[in-house]
Design a protein around this ligand. Structure first.
Ligand code: 5GP
Ligand code: ZN
Length: 117
């Protein structure tokens, strides 16, 4: 499979050109481990389609966001986080701390998380 956007690291991961630990995959959504394992569970939930950020989502894309949340919930359950809780975060733009310009949601958990800004 060729990456949709050849400059995009997440498109390359989705296409299998860059190795990653994939926890979930369907035709629309992929969930893989963040390279930064700063908490016991840190996964990234991405749409297969290259969408640069949450800020440019169109109304027609909103069901895709629901599928991302459902995939995150499924992986959270599989990783034993359902009862203890977890965090889903989408960073957008420079002030939001978005470093990779392919929409992604962080799934983090496995220990109590602080809220910092
Ligand atoms: P952002 O700061 O854009 O919200 O999050 C980007 C995330 O992508 C960071 O948590 C970073 O650790 C992760 N990341 C960057 N490059 C790679 C990579 O090559 N592989 C994986 N698995 N994660 C990456
Ligand atoms: Zn991409």
């Amino acid at each position: 499979m060729n990456p949709q956007n050849t400059d995009c690291i997440f498109c390359k991961i989705i296409a299998g050109e860059i190795p990653s630990t994939i926890a979930y995959r369907d035709k629309d959504v992929v969930v893989f481990a963040d390279i930064k394992q700063d908490v016991p569970v840190h996964m990234l939930v991405v749409p297969v389609r290259h969408i640069p950020s949450v800020a440019v989502l169109k109304d027609a894309d909103l069901p895709l966001v629901g599928k991302m949340v459902a995939a995150a919930n499924q992986v959270a359950r599989e990783k034993g986080l359902a009862e203890r809780g977890y965090r889903l975060t989408i960073n957008s733009g420079a002030d939001g701390g978005q470093d990779v310009q392919h929409l992604h949601m962080h799934l983090m958990g496995g220990r109590p998380l602080k809220w910092e800004n």
